[in-house]
Design a protein. Structure first.
Lengths: 169, 794
């Protein structure tokens, strides 16, 4: 079937079987390999994307669910100049990236949290990341980085308008 | 963490993981992200029986399926694909028999992954069930079903077909001393299997070339080991096989065996079809078919004086290797070398049996035997401290190894030992003395469905030592190269690889320090068997210590050349040249840019490329007599865990972990902290929830919906500290940390649980059910679960 949606700000049309998962659509039909398959059953969050502003496991969503909607993947998260945004830089600066396989999903989960709460407690950050498994870091530095970015974005809120959001949406 | 060394510019200072930005932007390329023109997708047929004879195997029907290009079986490899190290007891694809659930039997390549999976289901396979053995003790009894094709050397010697290896320590005579001791503890501690649960499953992409050569991209830990096994089973010479390591999504020891099997299967299909073949595993396939941390039973008999001075220990270890040895004989060796812990004894004997069963198979996993050994001895030490009436940390301090002491294996440790400093740090940081007094005493919690125990807290401690690098397991060396490119960038190769732990960043910082250039100038090339120096396995937490020494040596060689060129430029002696940032400055204080010195060096005809190898200084362990020196140095550490237990539900929350580690100098602080936090997180999972149970060889937990690993919501904040003792043989004084930082968590939690519940569980993991009921609920593994996991769901 024909699936049309907005992907990282640009309209796309893909012909794919109706039972294709959104993850397979992104990776195999659109060659966007930033979202990873970690478990295929919606437990690990490595495939996290934003669908109409909601964090979803793209391995569980069927591609037709995106029809007419807006999908943002890790490839759509960056600074206006195409480089890393503040969150991506903070994750690296805090040592929160090791093997990196969970990192794209962590970025999506963190952005989803910060869209609705720019002043999260550490417990709220932990809860927001609970659907994203990381086997390398023990999460401490991921939480530190998100906390720091939230602080920074609060400080600059209003000053830079869209600063720190999804870059070129 | 400790203060950075003011004499160092890059080492020990905050730094960015060199791959971090690419990974955070989703740009890093893992094997499964690769797309090559004409690429086929592969899938494999796996055994759904724990032990069976292959009566009939016909891939013909699979070949007739849509999109299928080829299928391979054992016969497509040299010597039926027989491989394995140190015991050659396995096959790239099962030959004549399957010996565990998840044994790969045949592999198919097709145009799409779905077609390959469909074709696998069409393969005609007839299995005739053979009796299995699932208890390691029973596996050693006469008449037990034989598992390996032939007994190992040790097995043959002992007349026990399923005995893979026996390992011993003989330091003095503990029996005489144990008879004299006022207090003798005699307890057995048991351990379940643990899954590595790297987020990226195993994958390989094999690309054949017109000249008959082959390039394999995979997510292995050790590309040269991969090449060696491929040479063995494909019959191609070394120079026809190139292995390139893609970005690796976590390893923890788990990508140093099964990935080689997958690489072999993909390679055979690529050679047969003449087309690139990508083989990736689903999570279920990964969990069912990959190796685990060994289930083990450790009996400890330890004697002490009435005043709490340890005197002698005897340890008996029974280690379940499963269907294949993999490196479990070496795991058993490392466990044996640490079984009595980081304490002074007059005599210690250890006897370890590594045994074949039909319980999947086991192999390398972070800690490599010292996770189990450390958790056993540290629970035992807590029990001894209680019997002596001494605070657990005081008891450890009283008996802990100090510089110049003999380790339990009888060898003198000559270098600095930060163990006591680690214990003192965790005691202060955790507010141990106050909490320990406040949470005492706990009468045993009720073990019944009706009990009302409420919420209780406890705090527990553990410490550890861990022999650095491979020790007597094998040749212990690494090689690196440093090259200045035409654009004045610096490229590095390292034979020991980065599987996520950050060694590419460590190498960058060490090379930057040696050459006096900014890390931004440096790029670490992808590990490639055609460009890097053969360095053995990336294992044993040796990338910083051994690889780092090689990198520093290569960097210093190049630095010497450049200083000489700068001296020539300045018409002075090399010793008169000093550095100001990247600039070279001569006696007349004229600065020359790095680029100018490089240009001058080139004009002088100097080769601006250097390589170096570094090998661990000599020592000897005698496996026959069980004596000698097992390692050239050790690291040490201590951890405290605080828990809160809901006695009514059995739920345990870890409220905090305080960890101190003596790993020598810290090179990459954020990376080191991440290793510590991540290791402790794996230790918390191991302590409380992670348990791959084999039920007559069948698994119950085949994905993350059943096999639970800690989430962000399950874990506490962790306070870490490094005691940076002086160690002259490491790069800038660095030793190692990646594996040992995991050791303390599980026993510290078990000991904290004892304070909270008044019960000694003596089994890891201490699951919710064990806390609540005193035993684990059965979670029956079944053929049905495993069939569904392996592609045969209804």
């Amino acid at each position: 079937m024909k699936i049309e949606f907005t992907l990282n700000g640009a309209p796309v049309t893909v012909e794919a079987p109706a039972r294709t998962t959104l993850l397979a659509l992104l990776r195999d039909y659109l060659n966007l390999t930033g979202a990873k398959e970690g478990c295929g059953v919606g437990e690990c969050g490595a495939c996290s994307v934003l669908l109409d502003g909601q964090l979803v496991n793209s391995c569980l969503a069927l591609a037709p669910e995106a029809h007419g909607g807006e999908v943002i993947t890790i490839e759509g998260i960056h600074a206006p100049d195409g480089g890393p945004n503040d969150l991506q830089i903070a994750l690296v600066d805090y040592g929160a990236v090791q093997c990196g396989y969970c990192t794209p999903g962590m970025v999506m989960a963190a952005e989803a949290l910060l869209m609705r709460n720019l002043n999260p407690t550490r417990a709220e950050i932990r809860a927001a990341l609970a659907g994203n498994l990381c086997r390398c870091t023990g999460y401490v530095q991921i939480i530190d980085a998100i906390e720091a970015v939230a602080r920074e974005r609060r400080t600059h809120h209003g000053e830079h308008g869209e600063h720190g959001e999804h870059g070129e949406r | 963490m400790s203060e950075p060394n003011p004499n160092l510019t890059y080492v020990g200072k905050p730094a960015r993981n060199v791959d971090g930005i690419d990974k955070a932007m989703g740009r890093a390329r893992y094997v499964a992200d690769m797309r090559v023109p004409g690429m086929l997708h592969a899938a494999a047929l796996y055994s759904t029986q724990p032990h069976a004879r292959i009566v009939a195997l016909d891939v013909g029907p699979a070949l007739a399926m849509p999109g299928v290009a080829a299928a391979v079986t054992a016969g497509d490899f040299v010597d039926q694909g027989r491989w394995g190290w140190p015991i050659k007891d396995t096959h790239m694809l099962a030959f004549e028999r399957v010996r565990c659930v998840g044994d790969a039997i045949a592999a198919v390549a097709a145009e799409t992954r779905e077609q390959a999976r469909q074709a696998v289901r069409a393969i005609k396979l007839e299995l005739e069930a053979l009796p299995g053995v699932f208890d390691p003790a029973e596996a050693l009894e006469p008449g037990a079903p034989p598992i390996p094709e032939k007994p190992s050397e040790h097995g043959a010697h002992a007349g026990k077909w399923n005995l893979a290896e026996t390992l011993i320590v003989r330091n003095g005579d503990p029996d005489l001393i144990l008879d004299e001791c006022d207090i003798v503890l005699d307890e057995t501690y048991t351990f379940g299997h643990q899954e590595h649960a790297y987020l990226e499953t195993e994958a390989a992409l094999a690309i054949p070339h017109a000249d008959g050569s082959l390039t394999v991209y995979n997510n292995c830990q050790s590309p040269f080991i991969a090449r060696g096994h491929l040479v063995t089973v494909l019959g191609l010479p070394e120079d026809k096989i190139q292995v390139i390591q893609a970005a690796v999504g976590g390893g923890f020891g788990g990508k140093d065996d099964a990935v080689y099997k997958i690489s072999g299967q993909a390679a055979a299909l690529a050679l047969k079809t003449g087309r690139p073949v990508l083989l990736t595993l689903t999570r279920e396939e990964s969990i069912v078919t990959s190796y685990k941390r060994q289930a083990s039973a450790i009996r400890l008999r330890i004697g002490m004086d009435a005043d709490g001075r340890l005197r002698a220990a005897r340890a008996n270890l029974l280690v379940d290797s499963g269907a294949y040895a993999s490196v479990t004989p070496l795991v058993g060796w490392r466990a044996s070398m640490h079984a009595a812990g980081a304490y002074r004894y007059e005599a210690v004997h250890v006897d370890t049996d590594v045994v074949y069963t039909n319980n999947g198979y086991s192999g390398a996993f972070r800690g490599f035997g010292n996770i189990q050994a450390g958790a056993a001895i540290e629970q035992a030490i807590d029990e001894l401290a209680e019997r002596a009436g001494i605070d657990p940390i005081d008891f450890r301090l009283k008996n802990a190894l100090r510089p110049g002491d003999r380790a339990m294996t009888g060898n003198v440790i000559a270098h600095e030992i930060g163990l006591s400093a680690c214990l003192e740090w965790v005691r202060a940081a955790s507010d141990w003395d106050r909490k320990r007094a406040e949470y005492l005493p706990s009468p045993p919690s009720p073990l019944s469905h009706k009990g009302r125990g409420g919420i209780r807290r406890g705090i527990g401690a553990a410490c550890y030592f861990h022999g650095s690098s491979l020790g007597a397991e094998g040749a212990d060396y690494a090689g690196c190269t440093v090259t200045i490119e035409n654009d004045y960038g610096v490229t590095l190769t390292a034979g020991l690889t980065d599987i996520g732990q950050g060694s590419r960043t460590v190498y960058t910082l060490i090379a930057a320090e040696a050459l006096g250039v900014r890390p931004a100038r440096i790029k670490v090339l992808r590990p490639d068997t055609e460009t890097m120096i053969e360095s053995g396995p990336t294992s044993a937490s040796r990338a910083t210590l051994v690889g780092g020494n090689a990198m520093r040596a290569a960097g210093l060689k190049l630095d010497r050349l450049l200083r000489w060129a700068a001296a020539d430029l300045f018409h002075c002696a090399p010793a008169q040249v000093i550095r100001d940032g990247e600039h070279y400055v001569g006696p007349a204080e004229e600065p020359a840019r790095f680029e100018a010195v490089v240009d001058h060096a080139r004009a002088l005809g100097l080769t601006l490329s250097a390589s170096a190898k570094w090998g661990v200084p000599g020592f000897k362990w005698d496996f026959e007599t069980g004596a000698g020196q097992p390692y050239f140095c050790y690291v040490f550490g201590a951890q405290v865990a605080e828990v809160e237990v809901n006695i009514d539900t059995g739920e345990t929350r870890v409220l905090g972990v305080w960890a101190a580690h003596d790993g020598g100098t810290i090179i990459f602080p954020q990376g080191a902290a991440g290793q510590m936090f991540g290791g402790i997180a794996q230790g918390i999972g191991y302590a409380l929830m992670e348990d791959i149970r084999f039920d007559r060889g069948y698994l119950h937990d085949v994905n993350f919906d059943n096999y639970l690993i800690p989430t962000a919501a399950d874990l506490p904040d962790i306070q870490g500290h490094y005691v940076e003792t002086n160690f002259p043989h490491g790069p800038h004084g660095a030793k190692n940390l990646a594996e040992p930082v995991m050791i303390g968590a599980a026993p510290a939690i078990a000991n904290a649980l004892y304070q909270a519940t008044g019960r000694r569980y003596r089994h890891i993991p201490v699951t919710l059910e064990r806390v609540r009921l005193g035993y684990d609920l059965t979670r029956p593994g079944s053929e049905r679960t495993c069939r569904a996991a392996l592609g045969f769901g209804e």
